[in-house]
Structures are given as C-alpha cells and as structure tokens.
Design a protein around this ligand. Structure first.
Ligand code: NAD
Length: 454
C-alpha cells in the first residue's frame, strides 16, 4: 500500500513535500487526503489494517459528506497511499500525529496511550530535519513532554502543535479552508517549524487565512478553550430552556431576540438535547482534569455545570416522553429519529440520541431507532436497540415520535403523510428543528425542550 519515499515530482506543486499522517480516523483520513489535494505526497499510517485497506481502495470507513470524492481524486493522483506500517512514514519531511485521545475509563482525564504509542513508534523512523506535528487534542503540557522525547532521540528533528478545528459534517471544507491556522512552536531549534508548516499549507496561507504562531501551551489551550466556549454557549441556552420550562416562556424566541445582539450572536444558541460526540464532552472533562493537576481547578469549575446542564437535557427528554405517553413508558412504542450525535455524520460517540433511546428502553418502552447513516455503527455497538431503515418503519404504530438528531430528511418529512403510520400523533422535537406550525396543522401534538405548549 505504501509508495516511494521520493518527493512528489509535480509541476503544479513546486513546494510539494512528502508528508505522513499517523492515525486515519475522522480527522486523519480527511487530513491525509486534503494534504494530497494541496499537492503533497502523502502516506497515511493507520494501525487498523482493515481501515487502511479500505482507505487505500477508495472506500470511506465512515460517513463524511464530500470525502469519498476527495479520497478517490487523491488516490487517482498517485499522491496518496495508506499503510498499517510506520516504516512507510520514513523520509517524510512532516509527520502529522492524528490519533485519538478519548476519555480515560472511569476518569475525566484524557487517555494519551495512543499519542504516546504513535510518537514512540514514529521516533524509530524519524530523521534529522524532519518535523513532528501534533494535531490531536491533548492536555496542555503534552507537546513539551513529547518535544523532549524527540530532542532526546533525534536531536536534529523538532515538534510543533497544530490543533485541528474541523467539524464533522464539514470536515473537507474545514480542512481545505480553515478559519484560522494555529502553530505552537518552540523558540529556535534545529527546524524552522513555522516555515515548514507554511510550506505544507502554502495554498491556505495564500488565501490570507488568519494565522497565530505561538508557544506549545497556548496552541494546546486554544483548542480546549474553543471547545469549552462552544459547550458553554450550548449549555447556556439549555439552562435558559430549563427556566423557560419553569415559567412558560419560549426559548426559541428568547434565542432569536438575544442573538440579534452581535456581541452574543445567534449561532450555537439552539436549545435542545445538547452536545455529544467524540470531542466536546471529553475535551471539557479533560480540560477540568488538567486544570486540577495544575492546581487551577477553580478556574474551570463552571465547566462541571456546563456538563451537568448538558446531561440533564437527556433526562428531561425522557421525562417529556413519559409525560406525553400518559405518564407511563411501559409497553409504549417510541420512534427515535436520529442516532448520530449530529446530522451529516455517522459518529455515535457519546450520542445524546442513543443515550435517550437506551433510557426509554430501560424504562419499558419499545423503541425503534432509525438514522440515515449511523445504523451500522449502532448495530455494532448498541445491539440491544432495535434499528430500522426508515422513519416510517420506526414510526409504525408509535405512541410518540422523537426527533433526536436533526437530519435534513427528518426536517423535510411531510407531517400529514407521516401521521398515517403512527398510532398517536405526538411528536417531541429534541432539536427544535421541525416546522411546529406544519406539524400542529397536520394534527400532531408538538412538544419541545424549552418551548411553550400550544
Ligand atoms: P478516531 O478514533 O476516529 O481516529 C483515530 C485513529 O488513529 C484510529 O483510526 C486508530 O486506529 C488510529 N491509531 C491509533 N493508534 C495509532 C498508531 N499508533 N498508529 C497509527 N494509527 C493509530 O479519532 P478522531 O475523531 O479522528 O480524533 C483524533 C484526534 O483529533 C482526537 O484527539 C480528537 O479529539 C481530535 N479532533 C477530532 C475532531 C473530529 O471532529 N473528529 C476534530 C478536531 C480534533
């Protein structure tokens, strides 16, 4: 699967470099193909042999809009290859580390096992003048520690931290047209990391993309601070939703009204079931854990509340379902529309939708889950849940329909036709995404988090 170590000879890309990307999951696979799109010769190193083989054959092992075309184009250019063997990274000028940093079992802290293992095997092939670039989200202090390892083993090589801000669902666009570049670099040293990264991102830099060049600690913190801010914004509006539920006010109108103030802005103020996925929840927890280790835990105690508010929304959704089902879930048929943690992704890591579906089932409901892309992952990891392919199958004979991931397909359902398959026309809009008036006009009882009842 690997190809030659020679620098790609490409007349369109005189600045082309040989690049390795270690870890080809949601972040790394898109990064590898995007770097080839920018003209570089790229090898993706992925320990999961099946995943490496699928990618090498142009098959995308996850759902990401636009990625399959990009992958196939990059493979066809001859500039992209994949290998399960770290030796394939030999001779690359830049090595991007894109492995996972999940939450440690039973703790808040990040599990750095994969970053450490990947760096350690990379050191066996790292050559002088080469640059290791961390893209994984790591606790502050990790880059300095890894840089010391690099300096000890290959003194003429160096390390930089270049956090990634891509959003699943927009990963290709965000990688090729990021809203900013952040380089965490060491002062001095054997490699001019900024110049090398500018060469990697030449086309992006030429687009006048804002660039922040800083130290390791700031670069690491930019990522966790950004995610903490976004999580806080979501939990803020969800806290307002709790109050709206207590007062009879309407959170959607409230968000529209405060969002008109451009210091606040309307984005990320959609009240609903809250955030999940492979980043926000574990990143805010790892940030709190790291602050504790640094003796600065007070600075981030508010994130505990952000996390609590977020988790409470899931419980509230289950309560709301019980309420509309005449105060008992036992034996009720519930249709769950959406399983991915967000639309346009098949990622079910810490998915609020699945969390709610499982709680409903535990409380005696008969639950049917559907999702346009995530069902293979659900069937693999949540075998206790009953999965069906279409919203109509999920809703057949249902006592209530819950919209838990706001896929376009579900927002565009015709409430009149869809109403024909259910037993009772009750819809719970967990994402405040449906056209309430249209559903009510079709005879549905509509309920949503933080919204006034009709
Ligand atoms: P992922 O689990 O989808 O991918 C990680 C990949 O690394 C897996 O395919 C795994 O098999 C591979 N891997 C593990 N150890 C390896 C090794 N030693 N050598 C080669 N491959 C190895 O995770 P992800 O979502 O791509 O996230 C990766 C990192 O990027 C995390 O730190 C995450 O927080 C961060 N991040 C993710 C996103 C996102 O939207 N997914 C966005 C920004 C940052």
């Amino acid at each position: 699967m690997a190809q030659s170590n020679e620098l790609a000879e490409s007349p369109q890309a005189p600045e082309a470099l040989k690049i390795s990307v270690i870890g080809c999951g949601y972040l790394g696979a898109v990064h590898a193909a995007s770097m080839a799109e920018l003209g570089h010769e790229v090898v993706g190193v992925e320990v999961d042999v099946e995943k490496a083989e699928a990618l090498a054959a142009g098959r995308v092992p996850f759902f990401e809009p636009g990625f399959e075309e990009l992958l196939r184009r990059s493979l066809a250019s001859g500039r992209l290859s994949f290998s399960p063997d770290m030796k394939a990274a030999t001779g690359a000028a830049v090595h991007f580390v894109c492995v996972g940093t999940p939450q440690r079992r039973g703790e808040y802290a990040a599990d750095l096992t994969y970053v450490e293992a990947a760096t350690s095997s990379l050191l066996d092939v790292l050559g002088p003048g080469e640059l290791v670039v961390g893209k994984s989200t790591v606790p502050v202090g990790t880059a300095a520690r890894l840089a010391a390892l690099v300096a000890e083993r290959v003194p003429e090589a160096a390390l930089a931290w270049n956090p990634e801000f891509l959003r699943e669902g927009f990963a290709v666009q965000d990688t090729l047209h990021p809203d900013r570049l952040v380089y965490g670099v060491a002062d001095g040293g054997p490699v001019d990391a900024e110049a090398l990264l500018d060469r990697v991102y030449a086309r992006i830099v030429a687009d006048d993309t804002p660039k922040v060049v800083t130290d390791y600690a700031t670069a690491e913190m930019v990522k966790t601070a950004a995610n903490s801010f976004l999580a806080t914004k979501i939990s803020f509006i969800n806290a307002m939703a709790e109050l709206c539920e207590a007062t009879g006010a309407d959170v959607k109108q409230l968000a529209d009204a405060i969002g008109h103030d451009d210091r606040i802005g309307r984005k990320f103020l959609n009240a609903g079931l809250g955030f999940g996925g492979g980043c926000l929840p574990k990143d805010i927890r790892a940030f709190m854990a790291r602050a504790g280790e640094l003796g600065a835990d007070q600075a981030l105690t508010f994130l505990r509340e952000v996390d609590n508010i977020n988790m409470r929304r899931r419980i509230r959704m289950v309560e709301l379902a019980r309420q509309v089902c005449d105060d008992s879930l036992l034996g009720k048929r519930i249709a769950v529309l959406g399983a991915a943690f967000k639309p346009d992704s098949d990622d079910i890591r810490d998915s609020p939708a699945l969390n709610v579906a499982a709680q409903l089932q535990l409380q005696g409901a008969s639950v049917r889950v559907t999702d346009p892309q995530a069902l293979p992952n659900v069937r693999r990891q949540w075998s206790q849940l009953d999965c069906v392919d279409t919203p109509e199958e999920a809703a057949e004979g249902a006592d209530a329909v819950l919209l838990l991931t706001e896929w376009r397909q579900y927002k565009e359902l015709d409430p009149a036709a869809f109403g024909a398959v259910v037993r009772t026309r009750r819809v719970l809009d967990g994402r405040n995404a449906l056209d309430r008036e249209a559903w009510e006009a079709a005879g549905w009882t509509y309920r949503a988090l933080g919204r006034r009842n009709a």
